[in-house]
Design a protein around this ligand. Structure first.
Ligand code: FAD
Ligand code: UDP
Length: 374
C-alpha cells in the first residue's frame, strides 16, 4: 500500500487546487516543492505593507464564471483594471492598441481615420495571409505601431526575430477602435486583496507540504510513495530530455525599494525600444492602492533559458511543439501520472486556464473513483 493517494510535484495554482480538492474528498496528498515557498509564479511577498509580485505582475482576468466564482472562495478581489503605459524613446503611448494609441501615434481622432492608415500600411507591406508574428502585427495595427511598440519589445521578450515567432503571441492583445485602455477583454478582472500567497495558503491548509524538495533529487523514492503522481514541472525534464530539450524563455526580476511615494504613476510601464534591456517596470503598490511613503518596483529582464534557470515561458513554435508532442505521447501512456499546468503541458496558460484545467483533472479523477466503486 502506498503512503499517499497523490504525490503532487509543484505548489503552483495547478498543484495547489488539485491538492485542495482531493483533500476535501478525503484523499491523502503530499505536495513537494523545490522552491523555498509555495505558490509557484503567483507567489507574492508582503514587504513594507506592499504585496510584491515576486515573479512578475499577475493580473487575474477571465470570462469563465465558474473559475471566477471558484477563486472568490479564497480571496476578495479588488476592481483593478490593467492599463499599461508603453514608452518608446521619449514617446508615451496607451496600451492595448486602441484609439488613444492611434491618436498618440498619428494625431488622428476617429476610428475611420485609424482604420484607413492601418489598411494602407498593411497593403504597402503586401500581407495577405499573415504567417508569423511580424506579419500578424502589421496586419492588425500597421507598420508604425509594429516598429515602435511591438518589434523591440517582442524581440527582447522572446530572444527571436518577430518573423520567426508564431502569430498567436500577439493575438493575445486586444486591438480596439474605441478609447478604452483596458488591457483585457474579459468580463471579470482584479487583484486579490492581500496578495496571491494567501489564496495558496488557504488552498493548502491542512495538507502536508515539503519545501526545498526537488522531485529529481530522489525520483525513485517519490515514484513509489503514492498511488498517483501529479506532475507540474517541465515535461522534458521528467523524461530525461530523451527527445531533446524544449525551449523556454527565462526572466530575471530585479526588485528595488524607492524612498518615494509614487515612482511611475502606474502599476505597469513597458519599455518598448530594443536598447533598454528590460521589458517592463512594475510598481506593485498601484495594484492595491497602497498608501505608503515608500514604493517597490521590479524591472523584468528576459534572458536565455539554460538548464538550472527557471523556465517561465514555453516557446510554442512549430519546432518545439513537434518535440512536445512526442513527450505528450509518452505521458498519455502512463496510467498513474497526471501532467498539469504551464510547464508539463508546455502551454502559454493564463491563471484562469490553469484553474480550469486543474478542476477538470479533479473531476476526471473523482469519476474514476466512482466508476471503480460500481
Ligand atoms: P507554476 O506557477 O510554474 O508552478 C509550478 C511549481 O512547480 C513551481 O512552484 C515550481 O517550483 C514547482 N516545480 C517544478 N519542478 C519541480 C520539481 N522537479 N520538484 C518540485 N517542484 C517543482 N497569468 C495571468 O492570468 N495573468 C497575468 O497577469 C500573468 N502574468 C504572468 C507574468 C509572468 C512573468 C509569468 C511568467 C506568468 C504570468 N501568468 C499570468 C501566468 C501564470 O503565472 C500561470 O498561468 C500560472 O501561475 C501557472 O501555474 P502552474 O501551477 O501551472 O505553474
Ligand atoms: N507585446 C508587445 N508590446 C507590448 C506588450 C506586448 O509587442 O508593449 C507583445 C509581446 O510579443 C508579448 C505579447 O505581446 O510577448 C503578449 O503580451 P502580454 O502582455 O500578454 O505578455 P505576458 O504578460 O504574458 O508576458
Amino acid at each position: 500500500m502506498s503512503k499517499y493517494d497523490y504525490l503532487i510535484v509543484g505548489s503552483g495554482l495547478f498543484g495547489s487546487i488539485f491538492a485542495h480538492e482531493m483533500n476535501k474528498n478525503e484523499k491523502k496528498c503530499l505536495v513537494i516543492e523545490k522552491r523555498s515557498h509555495v505558490g509557484g509564479n503567483v507567489f507574492t511577498e508582503n514587504i513594507e505593507n506592499i504585496n510584491v509580485h515576486k515573479y512578475g505582475a499577475h493580473i487575474f482576468h477571465t470570462n469563465n464564471k465558474e473559475v471566477w466564482d471558484y477563486i472568490q472562495q479564497f480571496a476578495e478581489f479588488n476592481r483593478y483594471t490593467n492599463s499599461p503605459i508603453a514608452i518608446y524613446k521619449d514617446e508615451l503611448y496607451n496600451l492595448p492598441f486602441n484609439m488613444n494609441t492611434f491618436h498618440q501615434m498619428w494625431g488622428i481622432k476617429t476610428p475611420e481615420e485609424a482604420k484607413k492608415i492601418i489598411k494602407a500600411q498593411k497593403e504597402e507591406a503586401n500581407i495577405k495571409n499573415p504567417k508569423n508574428l511580424e506579419e500578424q502585427a502589421i496586419s492588425l495595427v500597421g507598420k508604425d505601431i509594429y516598429e515602435k511598440l511591438i518589434k523591440g519589445y517582442t524581440e527582447k521578450q522572446w530572444g527571436k526575430k518577430c518573423s520567426e515567432l508564431p502569430s498567436f503571441i500577439i493575438k493575445r492583445l486586444p486591438v480596439r477602435f474605441t478609447y478604452d485602455n483596458n488591457y483585457f477583454n474579459d468580463l471579470y478582472q482584479g487583484i486579490p486583496i492581500g496578495g496571491y500567497t494567501k489564496i495558496i495558503e488557504k488552498l493548502l491548509n491542512g495538507i502536508e507540504i515539503k519545501l526545498n524538495t526537488d522531485f529529481f533529487d530522489d525520483k525513485e523514492n517519490w515514484k513509489n510513495i503514492a498511488d498517483k503522481i501529479v506532475y507540474t514541472g517541465m515535461i522534458d525534464q521528467y523524461y530525461d530530455y530523451c527527445f531533446g530539450e524544449l525551449e523556454y524563455r527565462s526572466l530575471e526580476f530585479k526588485h528595488e525599494t524607492k524612498n518615494v511615494e509614487n515612482y511611475q504613476g502606474n502599476a505597469v510601464v513597458n519599455y518598448n525600444e530594443s536598447e533598454i534591456p528590460y521589458t517592463r517596470i512594475i510598481e506593485h503598490k498601484h495594484f492595491e492602492n497602497i498608501d505608503s511613503c515608500k514604493t517597490i518596483i521590479t524591472k523584468e529582464y528576459p534572458i536565455k533559458w539554460e538548464k538550472g534557470y527557471e523556465a517561465y515561458y514555453p516557446i510554442n513554435d512549430e519546432k518545439n511543439l513537434k518535440i512536445f508532442e512526442k513527450y505528450q505521447k509518452l505521458g498519455n501512456k502512463e496510467e498513474n501520472m497526471i501532467f498539469g499546468g504551464r510547464l508539463a503541458l508546455y502551454k502559454y496558460y493564463d491563471m484562469w486556464e490553469v484553474i480550469e484545467e486543474s478542476l477538470k483533472a479533479v473531476k476526471s479523477e473523482m469519476n474514476n473513483f466512482k466508476n471503480n466503486e460500481k
